[in-house]
Design a protein around this ligand. Structure first.
Ligand SMILES: Nc1nc2c(c(=O)[nH]1)N[C@H]1C(S)=C(S)[C@@H](COP(=O)(O)OP(=O)(O)OC[C@H]3O[C@@H](n4cnc5c(=O)[nH]c(N)nc54)[C@H](O)[C@@H]3O)O[C@H]1N2
Ligand SMILES: Nc1nc2c(c(=O)[nH]1)N[C@H]1C(S)=C(S)[C@@H](COP(=O)(O)OP(=O)(O)OC[C@H]3O[C@@H](n4cnc5c(=O)[nH]c(N)nc54)[C@H](O)[C@@H]3O)O[C@H]1N2
Ligand code: SF4
Ligand SMILES: [Mo]
Length: 744
């Protein structure tokens, strides 16, 4: 386990904080400040301001320490159920974004051709007039639906209000069809509802935790990592299924290095063992589930011997791990995963995981899946937007995806080509999403952009998508602004406040102000009747009957905790069509899909090529933090993991590859990455290579991150669409390794 002991893993939160503090000592030159003034854990502020984090979308509670008008450090809010007094390394490092010298500092308007990334600064008035003028033109000439909003991040809610009032239903986020959409649909079809975020799972009380890819510890969702560490501390055991020996695999009783794309076969074989050997929860299935006989029949020939040649996992290991998983039911948690858009059969894989959870009787049980609840915080009273005359345009003209319950971001992109869409999209507002990194097939994204009448981005840093924009609006970072309230649906319901810690730097503005000013110019004044965000928030808190002063000083108000599982007196209900857990899905069958998950073999890598897999570094968030000098001190660029045996026999290389060598990755369509460092390791199968997502930047304004590492996004020219809900399976690209010629 790469030198990390169990104790260190359990203390990951603290390790992260220390690492960042030490790291800052190395590079503080760029802030013009000393290390102890920045991230030294001993430097308490004169003022403590509670707010919540935006360094990823988990949104932990933060206490910001302020001294002399500067944020000196961030710590976890002990009262907040998601942080429990700790942040993850990215959360601690978020001051590195606040004080990033490359930040967008004033509104910009494009002066050369799109994509040349050349801009001139303009006043806010000029920029907002240009944006509102462009939106008015689209509305008057084609109709408001021809404007799409791509939005990711909590501050996007203001732009959602704006675009809905303007009259467009075309609002999408890459967190659906590029992330957890298949899971939401797969669990929804099985239990009646998706899981949402944060997932209400009971890692803390689980006795066995099964991770299908979910690389917790690298995937650094703070609460989950803390709960996992607590569970391990209490003796919980792990089963990890991953073609790569992940950090968390190092803590596991069983590591199953499954052949990429074959998890459904493994899951079916596990269920075969659990059903044949009567290790499932018979009483639970009888009380709550429908379709068991069909499932039993379906599983009858899916033996471990059947799965062996498909998955590469030996039959005895499949049997043994199946028995192990079922021995501790119902406190045997099959983690539902989050980023599930892998191979295009993802809804069905999520279904297989949900069905396994049902056999273990763990849904609605302690140590399994809990039932979340939410506090009632009424919306700010504004007139309801008129229904737009045309429906959303994210699905292909014929067909569509019957089970998609949110819009597809790549669908809105593709609707920008008028021949495939019911009506064309002519303008994009892009809030907090680097579409060239989050959507597969960059060429299609660029072609769509070339067709647009108007492309506006609202961001905090220069990025690839800002480089292609007509107007770039600099938002204040989360530490400089208020945002809407967050009434979370979670096992412990709560309301959290994001509030301004320090005034906006440069000529940046908070999202609420930007959205309202665009709205005013379009005559949408009744949607934004409030003076500022603080007035808006106080009104909502008053309507909820809560105490504003309390929220302002603690950052979070907890709601009454309701029963979350049977052990607390809950009788689980399943809002499916049958009112039961649907092991067999009639809805899927009616729509022409497999009613129970079936295995289809993934395409093999061409000779000499590897399947490209991606994941996370605990120090970084997507493409957002690569320029953050605090985070980069500990992880300055990504590296490509290559299996040690495979590294010895590569065509075109005279010597075996060694760690630290640089190679180019060339994909099946001839797309080439920049030179990227190699990590030669036994910790990955020989049929795939692995990259942390979010590197290889080309944006001119990223003076630190530009040119570092390789972009997995550029290499993902292909994707396989999930026929059930339209997710973009992205682990279907293959790369060859090419030698980097020695430079003279
Ligand atoms: N190839 C590949 N593609 C992927 C993934 C992958 O692993 N590999 N992962 C997928 C997943 S799971 C997801 S959820 C999506 C994520 O997709 P995105 O959310 O698009 O993630 P990023 O690429 O980091 O882009 C975030 C953008 O938001 C900006 N930003 C950060 N903070 C703020 C803020 O406070 N305000 C504003 N206005 N902007 C801000 C950043 O500067 C950056 O430009 O990508 C998906 N796409
Ligand atoms: N530090 C950090 N943490 C994050 C994020 C971040 O940007 N940075 N992003 C957050 C977000 S939005 C999301 S969605 C999650 C994503 O994190 P996860 O939900 O964990 O999903 P992935 O990133 O797809 O998982 C990658 C893991 O799956 C393995 N894998 C690849 N192919 C297969 C396969 O065929 N079968 C199996 N069993 N395993 C496979 C990879 O080797 C890797 O270990 O992370 C969240 N947490
Ligand atoms: S998990 Fe980390 S980056 Fe994400 S919100 Fe929490 S502290 Fe911030
Ligand atoms: Mo995600």
């Amino acid at each position: 386990m790469a030198g990390i002991t169990r104790r260190q893993f359990i203390k990951l939160g603290a390790v992260g904080a220390g690492a960042v503090a030490v790291g800052s000592g190395l590079t503080t030159g760029w802030w013009g400040l000393e290390a102890h003034e920045l991230a030294d854990p001993k430097t308490d502020g004169d003022r403590l301001v509670p707010t919540f984090c935006e360094a990823c979308f988990w949104k932990c509670g933060v206490l910001a320490h302020v001294k002399g008008g500067r944020v000196t450090k961030l710590t976890g809010n002990p009262k907040h159920p998601l942080s429990r007094g700790r942040l993850c390394p990215r959360g601690y490092a978020a001051t590195g974004l606040l004080y990033d010298p490359d930040r967008l500092k004033q509104p910009l308007v494009r002066v050369k051709r799109r994509g040349e990334d050349v801009f001139t600064p303009v006043s806010w008035d000029a920029a907002l007039d240009r944006v509102a003028g462009g939106m008015a033109k689209i509305r008057d000439n084609v109709g408001p639906e021809a404007l799409a909003l791509f939005s990711h991040g909590f501050g996007g809610s203001w732009f959602g209000q704006l675009v809905r009032a303007y009259g467009s239903p075309n609002i999408a986020a890459p967190s659906y069809a590029q992330c957890r959409g298949p899971r939401e649909v797969g669990y929804g079809l099985t239990f009646g509802s998706g899981l949402g975020s944060p997932e209400p799972i009971d890692l803390e009380n689980a006795r066995v935790i099964t991770l299908i890819g979910s690389h917790l510890g690298e995937n650094m969702h703070n609460t989950q990592v803390q709960e996992l560490a607590d569970a391990i501390g209490k003796g919980a055991e792990l089963v990890v299924v991953d073609p790569r020996y992940s950090t968390v695999a190092g803590k596991a009783r069983y590591w199953l290095p499954v052949k990429p794309g074959t998890d459904i076969a493994l899951l079916l074989a596990w269920m075969n063992v659990i059903v044949e050997e009567k290790r499932f929860d018979e009483a639970y299935i009888q009380a709550y589930a429908a379709g068991f006989d069909e499932l039993r029949k379906h599983l009858a020939d899916k033996t471990p011997e059947w799965a062996y040649p498909l998955t590469g996992i030996a039959p005895e290991l499949i049997r043994e791990s199946a028995r192990f998983i079922s021995a501790h039911r119902p406190a045997s948690l099959v983690h539902p995963g989050r980023h599930t858009t892998w191979y295009g059969d993802d809804t069905q894989r999520a279904r297989a995981m949900a069905i396994l959870a049902a056999l273990l009787g763990s849904y609605g049980r302690r140590g399994g899946y809990l039932v979340a609840s939410k506090m009632d915080v009424p919306p700010y009273p504004i007139p309801k937007p008129a229904r737009s005359p045309r429906p959303p345009v994210d699905k292909p003209k014929a067909g569509g995806f019957p089970f998609a319950d949110e819009l597809l971001a790549q669908g809105l992109r593709d609707a920008t080509a008028p021949d495939t869409a019911a009506y064309p999209i002519e303008g994009w507002l892009v809030y907090g999403t680097n579409l060239l990194y989050s959507l597969p097939n960059q060429k299609a994204t660029i072609e769509a952009i070339q067709r647009l009448d108007l492309l506006v981005t609202i961001d905090v840093l220069p990025s690839e998508i800002t480089g292609w924009s007509d107007v770039v609006l600099p938002e204040s970072t989360y530490l400089e602004r208020h945002d809407d309230l967050w009434a979370a649906s979670y096992k412990q319901p709560f309301v959290a406040l994001r509030q301004q810690v320090v005034p906006p730097m440069y000529d940046s503005r908070p999202g609420w102000w930007i959205a309202r000013e665009i709205g005013r110019r379009l005559g949408l004044t009744d949607v934004f009747p409030w003076r500022d965000a603080s007035e808006y928030l106080q009104k909502r808190i008053a309507l909820a009957g809560l105490d504003w002063k309390d929220l302002e000083s603690t950052g979070v108000i907890l709601g009454p905790k309701r029963a979350t599982c049977e052990e607390e007196g809950l009788r689980p209900t399943f809002p499916t069509e049958s009112g039961k857990i649907e092991l067999y899905s009639a809805a899927l069958a009616q729509a022409g899909f497999d009613p129970m998950p079936a295995f289809y073999a993934p395409e093999e890598a061409p000779p000499g090529a590897f399947r490209l897999l991606t994941g996370r570094s605990p120090l970084h968030t997507f493409s957002t933090t690569s320029n953050n000098r605090l985070a980069a001190d500990c992880y300055p660029e990504n590296e490509v993991w290559v299996n040690a045996t495979a590294a010895r026999g590569l065509p075109g290389f005279q010597k075996p590859l060694a760690s630290g060598d640089r190679v180019m990755l060339v994909n099946q369509d001839g797309v080439r990455s920049g030179p990227v460092k190699v990590k030669v390791t036994e910790r990955i199968r020989g049929d795939c290579v692995y990259l942390v997502h979010g590197w290889g930047h080309t944006a001119k304004g990223l003076s630190y991150a530009r040119g570092k590492g390789a972009s997995d996004s550029a290499l993902m020219t292909r994707y396989r669409t999930d026929p059930v809900m339209g997710g973009t399976g992205m682990s279907v690209n293959f790369v060859r390794l090419e030698r980097v010629e020695a430079r003279s």
